[in-house]
Design a protein around this ligand. Structure first.
Ligand code: 5GP
Ligand code: ZN
Length: 115
């Protein structure tokens, strides 16, 4: 399949691995927007949050379990943010479900800033 993140999982495109188990792969974002910026992806291809179903949703819990584990390992005690962009308005650029783990600086959240 012609999917960037499927190629990263397969090792066809190099990445800096942070975490891996049977279901989940996590790696450093190539263009970080925070001191900690890690992408968590399912090893099975799901195109995005809008393609999560009762049949494939289990991996989402596994991803959040992995996020909690990595956040503890990295001692992100002052907080972190998890984001998934879905579709054009949200700015999704890679059509393989992924969760951004962002941390290491205070982050804004307001109507004025538009998030
Ligand atoms: P999106 O914009 O779809 O929510 O997030 C896609 C993310 O993937 C972006 O933050 C972008 O920097 C990251 N990205 C795109 N191509 C690569 C790549 O080849 N390697 C890595 N490590 N990150 C990538
Ligand atoms: Zn994929």
């Amino acid at each position: 399949m012609d999917c960037l993140f499927c190629k990263i999982i397969a090792g066809a495109i190099p990445s800096t691995k942070v975490y891996e188990d049977e279901f989940v792969y996590a790696f450093k974002d190539i263009n970080p927007i925070a001191p900690v910026h890690i992408l968590f992806i399912p090893k099975t291809h799901i195109s995005g949050a809008s393609a999560v179903t009762a049949e494939n949703a289990e991996v989402v819990g596994k991803i959040f379990t992995a996020i909690a584990k990595v956040a503890a390992e990295l001692k992100l005690e002052s907080g972190f943010r998890v984001v998934t962009n879905c579709g054009e308005d949200a700015g999704q650029t890679v059509p393989h479900l992924h969760f951004h783990l962002l941390a290491g600086k205070p982050m804004g959240w307001s109507a004025e800033s538009g998030v």
